[in-house]
Design a binder for this molecule. Structure first.
Ligand code: SF4
Ligand code: SF4
Length: 85
């Protein structure tokens, strides 16, 4: 892997780690604990969350920082996936 590719890979990895740690999904009424990573706005749908009982994404700093427009990423897919539909 060349240096440019390595830096790109590493920055993506850091972004993912950051998203995971700042994500407030575990405090959401719809959240169901599982082994999967949170940050559904980035990773896409959850395998364990199936019922929408409210979404607190609008109050998440990541949502504001990235000017996201949607919510319920755990049931509807990532911001990118929703925007494609
Ligand atoms: S916007 Fe929602 S899914 Fe994305 S990090 Fe924040 S709480 Fe988690
Ligand atoms: S994506 Fe929204 S609805 Fe799903 S767990 Fe996170 S805050 Fe709750």
């Amino acid at each position: 892997m060349n240096k440019k590719l390595f830096n790109l890979w590493f920055s993506n990895l850091s972004d993912m780690a950051e998203k995971k740690s700042e994500c407030i999904c575990p405090s959401c009424p719809s959240f169901v604990k599982g082994k999967e990573p949170v940050g559904y706005c980035f990773h896409g749908k959850s395998k364990v969350i199936k019922v929408e009982k409210g979404c607190i994404c609008m109050t998440c700093p990541i949502h504001t920082e990235n000017k996201y427009r949607h919510g319920y990423y755990c049931t509807k897919g990532s911001e990118k996936q929703i925007n494609k539909n």
